[in-house]
Design a protein around this ligand. Structure first.
Ligand SMILES: Cc1cc2nc3c(=O)[nH]c(=O)nc-3n(C[C@H](O)[C@H](O)[C@H](O)COP(=O)(O)O)c2cc1C
Length: 327
């Protein structure tokens, strides 16, 4: 395959693909630049889109940006380039989290299915059925995390119970923490409704039986949002971990997370995330694993998987918004 030409509409398509990535409270904490000479996309943290109370160390910003970097890589490959990624390339510029150079002709044929998936992946917080996930899919998801430098494990009933309890504890704390609740309400109700916030249907569902700890973004558990339809009795949870907990690990975890979500989406499986327990150091430690419990290391994300209704699309910032006058 010869190297494709890069015109402005194609560059914009790459950026829109990156922006389709998930982010904590849909904060979209990224900003992009482009160096035409080296054909390199720069991915910066948008510091004014961070969550001071919920994410003081910026771990979730790095995870979200990692997801965007993965989408950028997939889109670059789809348009014919081999993406060459560097994480934290400039120690003197800590907000430059990654660069993706559009290198020679792409090799990977797999990119196409993931490219299609990145447009239809939406968090689905609705009830799933109790249909189990096929074993070959679990193996494929484990491999997806592994190639990005993370581990993915599928806890049994006891481990799942432990994760759900830690997540419920975090939910109770989040609702009682005025600063975090205010942050959640501010971002998820959409300070700029066309560009941010959650779709109304995404904000709504809650498990009336209190088994599945769907995040209560409004922190008020309003009876109107309680779904009477039952959630699955045995939720399929996956735990994403990395060996260490440095900024590069967070960026790798984000790329692994998005690869896992896209592989699941391509196979018709819905996903939603439980990040609540990861926002409290003592609860996060419960999810960290010693060797033998599905992999050593630091917990980075809990992913819920299953068969159910598609989630709604939530708003995104425009190319002009995230690039300024870099195009
Ligand atoms: C680091 C991170 C943490 C997240 N935490 C949660 C969470 O705890 N609960 C939840 O329902 N969604 C969570 N999400 C999903 C976001 O709310 C979602 O990606 C965003 O609202 C955009 O919607 P979309 O995923 O449908 O595109 C998280 C996403 C990221 C990247």
């Amino acid at each position: 395959m010869s190297t494709a030409t890069l015109d402005i509409p194609t560059l914009e398509r790459l950026i829109v693909a990156a922006v389709a990535a998930p982010s904590l409270h849909n904060t979209q904490p990224w900003r992009f630049g482009f160096d035409a000479q080296t054909r390199t996309v720069q991915v910066h943290a948008a510091t004014d889109h961070g969550l001071r109370h919920t994410d003081p160390a910026g771990r979730a910003v790095h995870l979200s940006v990692g997801c965007a970097v993965f989408n950028l890589r997939v889109a670059a490959a789809r348009y014919g380039w081999e993406p060459v990624t560097r994480l934290l390339p400039r120690p003197d510029r800590p907000d430059l989290l990654a660069t993706v150079r559009l290198g020679g002709a792409a090799r990977t044929a797999r990119a196409s299915a993931l490219y299609e998936a990145l447009w239809c992946r939406h968090s689905s917080r609705f009830p799933y059925s109790d249909r189990p996930l096929p074993a070959d899919l679990l193996a494929e998801l484990t491999e997806a995390a592994h190639v990005e430098g993370a581990s993915l494990s599928f806890p049994g009933p006891r481990g799942t119970g432990r994760i759900l309890r830690a997540t419920w504890d975090a939910e109770v704390r989040n609702r009682g923490d005025a600063d975090r609740a205010a942050e959640s309400r501010h971002w998820t109700s959409g300070p700029h409704p066309a560009l941010s916030g959650l779709a109304p249907a995404a904000l709504g569902p809650q498990d009336c039986l209190d088994r599945i700890p769907v995040r209560d973004f409004g922190a008020h558990r309003h009876p109107a949002v309680l779904l009477t339809r039952p959630y699955e009795t045995h939720p399929a949870l996956a735990l994403l971990r990395t060996a260490h907990d440095r900024r590069t690990d967070w960026l790798r975890a984000g790329q692994a997370l998005e690869r896992v979500l896209l592989v699941a989406t391509a196979r018709g499986v819905r996903t939603s995330l439980f990040h609540q327990a990861l926002e409290w150091p003592d609860l996060r430690r419960i999810l960290d694993g010693p060797t033998g419990s599905g992999g050593p290391g630091r917990a980075q994300m809990v992913i819920r998987l299953g068969y159910g209704p598609e989630g709604p699309a939530s708003p995104r910032r425009t190319v002009e918004e995230v690039m300024g006058n870099s195009v």
